[in-house]
Design a protein around this ligand. Sequence first.
Ligand SMILES: [Cu+2]
Length: 339
Amino acid sequence: MVTTRDPVLFDQFGCNVIKINPPTPDRLPPNISFARQGANEIDVMMPDGQTVRFWTFRDKNDDNNATARQWPAKPIRVRQGQLVHSTIHAQKNSHTIHHHGMNSSTFNDGVGHVSFEVTGQYTYQFRPQSAGTYFYHCHKNTVLHFEMGMYGFLIVDPPTGRGRLYEGGPRYDVEALWAFDDVDPNWRRLEISHQSGLCGEDAGFNIFEPKYFMCSGVPNPLTKTDPRVVVNAKVGQRILIRHLNASYSIISTRFTGLDATIYSVDGRPLSHPTRPWSVPIQVAAGTPLETCTAQRRDLIITPTRPGIYPVITEFRDWQTGLIQDGGRGIVETFINVTA
Ligand SMILES: [Cu+2]
């Protein structure tokens, strides 16, 4: 059978994605709005003295420019039911913002391959329906732009605001945002072109050899002490861990000496009055919690004794199952519990 390439399918949805900056269809006055500018370059010094380039989104309303130095990008935090406007300002080349898990309309989904990429600005409009943990990321040439770091947390609070994971769900006193990532410095040679590999050429994306293992922008082993990662709590407090796999590995996280309960998966509650068949998942101390790319888990931990509890995350090659970088692919941190 002879197959011919359909120029519309391949070109428009693969290689030459439409680049436009249209008005938002059916635009309504928002309850809350955000403006993100990307890509902003940021260089992170690794523990071995090497500098690695990342791309982040800057908060365009940030006067002192601090968010230009913030990676992962500043969280977008909204309440369930709010009408949200999130505007991408493409600083160089073209980018998008995909609000992962929002299930918004195609026009507002930020997946360029089925809609468009943005060279100027576009306002994504959506209304979150389920409180929980999500993330936003650029969805242009995703395999590269996501590896370069164009992502941040998207947190949907219940209508009543922070303090509960979702309406009628568990309360929390301490909140941790953990975004795990693995970094292949060799991929940085590809950043010269934002388009690398997009039009069928072999850019080498099949070879991923991460050398740095990070949590929320901090490379291991600095994760053992950096306040962006380490959790401090008191006995009896309820700790919420928003756990995101932003890496290209299968990761497994073990909480030593602390039992945890998963109350939501990918932004969907496991314990809700309207869905009695769905129940929280117990993760006994030391049991690996395994996730793949883009998955989120919301865990609650209520420590009953003071202590310094190690938390170890392993990054495994999805094909071989081996720990990345010859066994060095881990992130270690601690949950410190005082009386
Ligand atoms: Cu991008």
